[in-house]
Design a protein around this ligand. Structure first.
Ligand SMILES: [Ca+2]
Ligand SMILES: [Ca+2]
Length: 340
């Protein structure tokens, strides 16, 4: 006689074990790339192994641990699209990772990285995730670069439409700072970038670079970067640097047309000592805000607070303005070889 209960029991055990194995297995991307070089191109539908087999979005490449160098073709990419993302989630962001280099600016055919022309093949990382006019539905940060070392590389992109507009509370909500890039205890290498029309309620419409109080060794580095038309409702429309006492080098960088409602149109330093080389500050503004009694309109180009001592070499300042004090720079700093 067939022992049916026993057979069912055996089948059930097998099913249960199979289910447990499936649950215990890490989630694998269905189409993991071979790596380490992976490709991303708008309109593609592949698995990242070549320009013709590219991932269609940057998040899928970032989610693929086989991808440690990612090439991105011209076009516009949104952080709420791709592996692991929820459409129109304002917390969507591209998270930089140590050991992963992301290069934009390809036309989508190049065999070599040196073939790319990032300025002509505009590759945009956009916080306009709802893809409708107005920024109330945009991502808080287009990119987060926190807790990285210098092997986290972002190179060859336009970063736009981030809107860090969370309400001002204490302690500060990170979602009120760093519309373009938010970096806390981060050392990412940021090169060949344009920050354009990003916004923050607090520090850093374009870039927030903060470190833990009293902790040294953290600062992103910038080379060949443009901050254009970023805004802050308070401080540091271009960059807000907070408690970064390890001099992070900012070189070959232009701050233009950035506007803070109160202080530091181009840059705001608080207890920080950044090093700037070959920089231009033009037409940045600290003006416009009203009704906050303890704030003034100071430092059109740069505002320094809490003993900040930036070192600036080869700088050009033109057309910067502040409604009250320090059209160019507020508070004395070490400046050599500059033109006002
Ligand atoms: Ca969307
Ligand atoms: Ca929008």
């Amino acid at each position: 006689m067939i022992n049916i209960p026993s057979r069912f029991s055996s089948i059930l055990s097998t099913l249960l074990i199979t289910a447990l194995i499936l649950i215990a297995s890490p989630i694998q991307h269905a189409n993991a790339a071979t790596g380490p070089l992976c490709y991303v191109r708008v309109g593609a539908s592949g698995a990242g192994d070549s320009w013709s087999d590219a991932y269609p979005d940057l998040q899928s490449a970032l989610a693929d641990n086989n991808c440690t160098e990612i090439w991105v073709a011209q076009g516009t990419y949104y952080p709420d699209e791709g592996t692991g993302q929820t459409n129109d989630n304002r917390s969507s962001t591209y998270t930089l990772k140590s050991g992963v280099a992301i290069y934009g600016g390809f036309d989508g055919t190049e065999p070599l990285r040196t073939d790319r022309d990032w300025e002509n093949n505009t590759t945009t990382l956009s916080g306009d995730i709802d893809q409708t006019a107005g920024d109330s539905g945009n991502a808080y940060h287009v990119i987060v670069g926190s807790s990285t070392d210098s092997t986290a590389i972002l190179d060859g992109f336009t970063i736009t439409a981030g809107n860090a507009d969370a309400p001002v509370i204490y302690p500060a909500d990170p979602n009120s700072s760093g519309g373009g890039i938010y970096s806390y205890n981060g050392n990412a290498s940021l090169r060949n970038l344009i920050f354009y029309t990003n916004k923050a309620v607090q520090g850093g419409g374009g870039l927030y670079a903060g470190a833990e109080y009293g902790v040294t060794g953290y600062s992103p580095t910038l080379d060949n970067v443009i901050f254009n038309m970023n805004t802050s409702e308070t401080f540091g429309a271009g960059i807000y640097v907070s408690f970064v006492n390890t001099p992070g080098l900012i070189k070959n960088t232009t701050f233009k047309n950035n506007t803070s409602d109160y202080e530091g149109g181009g840059m705001f330093n608080i207890a920080s000592d950044p090093t700037l080389e070959n920089v231009t500050f033009s037409n940045n503004t600290a003006a416009g805000g009203t009704g906050v009694s303890y704030l003034d309109h100071r430092g059109g180009a740069i505002f320094n607070d809490l003993g900040s001592k930036p070192t600036i070499t080869n700088a050009t300042f033109s057309g910067n303005s502040a409604a009250s004090k320090g059209g160019a720079i507020y508070i004395p700093i070490t400046v050599t070889n500059f033109r006002f």
